[in-house]
Write a protein that binds this ligand. Structure first.
Ligand code: MG
Length: 387
């Protein structure tokens, strides 16, 4: 057997979530390419224990420390267990790690992401909050340290593949595709009657609760527009959205010569996760390839900007920059969790975000502390407005 390239040593923060589980699937599929060396979960003790045991991983972390003693009883004595944010940072900076995949919902991934960059690790980003809240800071830090930020989100991963390192000056537009969510065709008059159960039913992707609601309001796409603006160093005006219900074209790049490159695959997050980890190499796998003859057709339509204000709010936040994207993100998180608990209407989500944004005094080029303060302020403000 000829000797292949060395296995990449990978840490996964958020290993028991939807993206985390898919990343483990990718690792199972490519054992001669990927070696998992650390896993962190929020509070799913049993799943984390199973994962650590299956792969024989020596470093684990439970964000919520209450389950730590229980976790200790379920794994080998040789496994080092950490807890809390310090634990996440410990894993994110493991000396032997080549790449840290950050798939934690919410802002908890931000400090670990910056710590990994500071330690010279490439990071694969699945947590939107990292680039939405602190895109400017994260990209500056990565440039300074010469590390790569690899997007895991299917849209950004698609754009990353289409760009192949081409500068923003070659690009006329980034075109993010959006499934349109479960209410793509729902008349605007019926949006106020939307229930939690209906909002959680996404037509093409199977995802966690928060992101499913974000897909229904289109805030998910709004957050992705802001992410794209920072990831690819391009002005907000050149980030477009097109609704594409089949979710087969994952996004596109229009270049200054008018040519458009698109990236396509079946809807399985294992594709972008694998590319983010194995980049710059392409590696054969056991995933289901796309069958064009089966597709019948691909549809595209203009987003309903008036009925789903999330896109315009995100555009405003991304254009203004400073603390405003962090405020949009935090207000949305509070509004979504209130909606999920049955105490806010569906349109109440974007109405809350809009009011919090208009009540916010924007600070430009904020420090990390200022961003976290703005995040906390927006949460309190959202709660105040909802009650
Ligand atoms: Mg996406």
């Amino acid at each position: 057997m000829p000797e292949g390239p060395p296995r990449k040593k990978v840490v996964v923060l958020g290993s028991t979530g939807s993206i985390g589980e898919s990343s483990l699937k990718v690792a199972r599929d490519l054992p001669d390419r990927i070696e998992l060396i650390g896993l962190a979960a929020n509070r799913s003790v049993d799943s984390l224990a199973d994962q650590l045991n299956e792969f024989g991983i020596q470093q684990g972390c439970l964000y919520d420390p209450t389950g730590l003693s229980h976790l200790k009883t379920k794994v080998d004595d040789s496994v080092t267990l950490h807890a809390g944010e310090e634990g996440l940072i410990e894993l994110a900076t493991l000396p032997e790690a080549d790449i840290v995949l950050i798939a934690i919902v919410g802002v908890a991934g931000l400090r670990p992401a910056l710590a990994a960059i500071e330690a010279g690790k490439d990071i694969a980003v699945a947590s939107k909050e990292i680039l939405v809240m602190a895109g400017e800071q994260v990209m500056n830090a990565a440039r300074e340290k010469g590390v790569k930020i690899l997007p895991v989100d299917s849209e950004h991963n698609a754009i990353f593949q289409c760009l192949e390192g081409k500068p923003a000056s070659d690009v006329s537009r980034l075109i993010l595709t959006a499934s349109g969510g479960p209410f793509r065709e729902l008349p605007s008059s019926e949006l106020s009657d939307v229930t939690v159960a209906r909002a959680l039913k996404h037509p093409t992707w199977e995802m966690g609760q928060k992101i499913s609601i974000d897909s229904a309001t289109l805030f998910n796409k709004g957050l992705e527009m802001i992410e794209a603006r920072w990831l690819f160093d391009i002005e907000m005006e050149r980030v477009d959205v097109i609704v594409h219900p089949q979710s087969i074209v994952h996004s596109m790049v229009e270049f200054i010569d008018g040519s458009i490159l698109a990236q396509l695959s079946t809807t399985d997050m294992c594709f972008p996760i694998q590319y983010a980890i194995t980049w710059p190499e392409r590696v054969p796998n056991t995933l289901t390839p796309l069958d064009f003859a089966e597709l019948a057709k691909l549809d595209f339509e203009r987003p309903r900007y008036e009925d789903f204000p999330a896109l315009n709010l995100a555009k405003e936040a991304g254009t203004t920059g400073g603390t405003l994207p962090a405020v949009l993100n935090a207000a949305n998180e509070v509004a979504v969790s209130t909606f999920l608990s049955g105490n806010l209407s569906f349109p109440g989500i974007w109405k809350t975000v809009e009011t919090v944004m208009s009540n916010h005094e924007v600070a430009e080029h904020p420090t990390l502390e200022t961003l976290i303060d703005a995040d906390l302020w927006a949460r309190e403000e959202a709660k105040r407005i909802i009650s």
